[in-house]
Design a protein around this ligand. Structure first.
Ligand code: FAD
Length: 394
């Protein structure tokens, strides 16, 4: 893969940089810079801004409304949007269900859903996990029973991110008990305003409420909303999980940006007559992290190139996800450490919005939220199992 950049790549970088300077809204920029995640409205706003520029789907092929960019261009785009403190694009519609719809969906499904993912009008949530089915996802019990030209869906989903903000859900359901448990699972596309759906958000330790429980009580879903074939949901779901893991790899560039912010803060922080940035202990931790972040960025870029070329990337998505989650946790920990006493204000104010300046509460929120990255999309123990089986043959 070519890593050196030619004239066209440099011109492209310049174009993205100029676009970001003129188009990232200040409120979003400030929030992202402080370490806070964008709100659902903020994510939608940024998606729509990109859509209007024709950049709604950097990784999709042109025929489905994507940019058709090369891996190097995608990487440049990620670097420049991160450097401009733009939020990442929200991935559940764009990167998870969108590609499954354009690969396996019917013509009607493509026409109905893809344009609204691109424009940011539709927000999709991922209804996979259940109270007794997280790591052991194949044990899911939410049931869909065929009734004429509908499925009737009953069960409960748990940990469904942003279901309270979503108008659509892609949902794994059990349609048969007669075969191997993986083969009795199907993937349904659901409207969140369908009668029988109740969403209950709950708080997490980062003092946000982005996860929910979703209760499904005899929800009638048109059979035309089945994605692909009945009983094939497990294989589509696995493609999707692999993609989710691989995606975290592009976030390596965001780690690099966070380290820049840590450096900036350290330069302003007094320490023993100089600045914290000059402290050898601090510099050593920072340098180690920078080296590891650079390595994961390159690894992510290589994987991106293989994905675009259709090369099987095996368990590399798991390796990247595992590594990224560990680095994110260390980077945000160093950020909070650099804040020193100011970092504790988040807890003393109970994280109540507006009580602590965002530049002090943001890093702590980011640090606390980073704990989740070693759980969602398959916990790190599960990733290690996958690597042991698929890479080491154990
Ligand atoms: C903030 C957050 C957001 C999430 N968002 C979504 C979402 O949008 N949609 C969705 O469907 N799900 C979502 N999830 C759910 C997530 O995918 C699950 O939490 C995860 O898969 C773990 O499942 P579990 O919570 O049931 O834990 P369990 O599977 O019960 O695991 C408990 C512990 O046992 C370990 N363990 C389990 N099995 C093994 C094994 N075979 N070998 C070694 N160790 C093992 C796990 O690593 C973990 O430490 C989210 C979770 C969180 C915390």
């Amino acid at each position: 893969m070519r890593l050196d950049q030619n004239e066209a790549d440099r011109a492209f970088r310049h174009e993205v940089r100029r676009f970001c300077e003129q188009n990232v809204p200040d409120a979003l920029r400030e929030r992202v810079r402080s370490g806070m995640r964008a709100t659902p409205d903020g994510f939608r706003q940024w998606q729509n801004i990109l859509f209007r520029q024709g950049w709604g789907a950097p990784t999709w092929p042109r025929e489905h409304g994507g940019t058709g960019w090369s891996p190097v261009q995608i990487h440049i785009f990620e670097q420049e949007t991160a450097a401009a403190d733009a939020p990442p694009q929200f991935h559940q519609g764009l990167e998870l269900i969108g590609p499954i719809i354009f690969t396996y969906g019917t013509a009607e499904q493509k026409a109905r859903y893809l344009p609204r993912i691109l424009s940011g009008e539709d927000w999709w949530c991922q209804g996979y996990s259940e109270p007794q089915a997280g790591s052991d996802l194949a044990g899911l019990r939410t049931r869909a029973v065929r009734d004429g030209d509908h499925y009737v869906v009953t069960g409960q989903k748990l940990w469904t991110s942003y279901a309270h903000a979503a108008n659509r859900m892609f949902c794994l359901v059990r349609t048969s008990d007669e075969t191997r448990k993986q083969d009795g699972i199907s993937l349904l596309l659901m409207d969140m305003d369908a009668p029988g759906i109740t969403v209950r958000p709950f708080h997490t330790l980062d003092e946000q409420s982005h996860v929910t429980e979703v209760f499904l009580d005899a929800v009638r879903v048109p059979a035309s909303q089945l994605l692909g074939e009945e009983g094939r949901g497990w294989s589509y779901g696995k493609v999707l999980l692999d993609r989710e893991r691989a995606l975290t790899a592009t976030l390596g560039v965001r780690l690099a940006r966070q380290l820049e912010q840590v450096k900036e803060l350290a330069r302003k922080t007094p320490d023993a007559g100089s600045s914290l940035y000059q402290n050898p202990g601090f510099r050593s931790k920072l340098a180690q992290l920078e080296i590891e972040v650079q390595a994961i960025e390159q690894m992510g870029l290589r994987m991106l190139a293989d994905n675009v070329a259709g090369v099987d990337t095996g368990p590399r998505g798991s390796m990247l996800k595992l590594r990224w989650s560990e680095l994110l946790q260390r980077a945000t920990e160093l950020w909070v450490e650099t804040l020193g006493y100011d970092g504790t204000r988040f807890a003393s104010a109970g994280g109540a919005p507006g009580t602590v300046p965002m530049e002090q509460s943001g890093p702590m929120t980011a640090y606390l939220h980073s704990r989740v990255t070693s759980i969602y999309g398959g916990s790190n123990e599960i990733q290690r199992n996958i690597i042991a089986r698929r890479a080491l043959g154990l």
